[in-house]
Design a protein around this ligand. Sequence first.
Ligand code: UD1
Length: 427
Amino acid sequence: MEKFVIKGGRCLNGEVVISGAKNAAVGIIPAVILSDEPCILENVPDISDVSISLRILHEMGAKVQTLSRDTFRIDASGINNYCVPYESARQMRASYYFLGALLGKFNKARVSMPGGCPLGDRPIDQHLKAFSALGARCNLDHGMIDVSADNLKGSQIYLDVVSVGATMNAMLAAVKAKGLSVIENAAKEPHIVDLANFLNSMGADIMGAGTDVIKIRGVGYLRGTTYSVIPDQIEAGTFMVAAAATGGDVLIKNVIPKHLESISNKLEKIGVNVEEFDDSVRVWVDGPLVKTNIKTMPHPGFPTDMQPQMATLLTLAEGTSIITEGVWEQRFRYVDELRRMGADISVDGKVAVVEGTGCLQGAPVKACDLRAGAALIIAGLAASGVTEVEDIHHIERGYDNLDKKLQALGGDIIKKHFPGSSVRKAI
Ligand code: UD1
């Protein structure tokens, strides 16, 4: 078993380069299936969700060539089946994007029900609603999702809830459907715009991505392209919070500051300094941190994927902060772990009340999901003493070399292999 072992109490200082966005990459990689020519993807993050996506393509018959650490050439023209291997697909929630991409290409797809972070009920009814609107039949059968159509036809797709996954899947399925599709109540996250830009660079006709109405006119052929994935908004936000929590001074490079606005605004309210440049932000602390209230919402609201990291920072601030989770049913499972480190947080349903205690103590803790894991690492960096974070596979799903990037900023964090079980040591 591997753990991150963190000796807390060191300020983070220096520069860090942000990798490509996980949530864009896991949509763009399956989207390559829609092209009949090779594509080159640049700025692809080195994370396990990407490795699994590339492995699925390879297992299905695509040629995947590594050109450099973050650049891949993918030729999906050899794919001639529409069934995603069960073992790979169930390891990753975003494997559902293969449904939309395969349906768009072959009018058929079969993928296992997705895995991923346990954040409460994670239905895919809106994905299936979008496929049905385009003329597909959808069946759930022994843990597999089957979708098929004689012909996909452009149509109006109204999403009952704002869903990132359903919006991206609807785009993937509609891009080659005959006629005009209109996605209403679409999600507006930066990765939705990135997927649209990628598809348009292959010759698709998608307008309105980034607003709540996306119009897609189906095209018959998608050519090859070279495309660079956008920087990861949540990785950048995580480093911003880590810099603040350790009282550090960090220049975070390769970011789109506009994507970070909701995070920067909250940090400034807490008393953190944020200076924006063209493609970087500097974050530093020179005074006390103070309470604030946060409600997570779909973009451009405060991102739910930054909620655990921000809660950790607020335990270090003066006063009582209230956090309301507006996207997921169960996104406070990490609170029990933070409490082991001395945090004073009470949770009632979707609301957490954080009493700032000003300090945390190192403890053995477990990452229960990806962003919870990031929050515990931030807590460990800010705490006195040693923190051991278990179940780090969750963290490695979505952070590219987090330990090495933190080390370069002066953080005392190492990945250690421990033989044997995951029984907690007494403190
Ligand atoms: C994506 C992100 C995830 C982020 C989330 C919200 C990826 C790979 N993951 O997840 O990190 O936390 O957006 O920003 O991009 N819902 C339904 N029916 C559906 C689909 C969703 O009711 O068919 C509900 C969900 O239960 C949830 C809300 O809609 O309450 C938002 O979910 P959604 O935006 O779909 O999240 P994901 O795309 O799974």
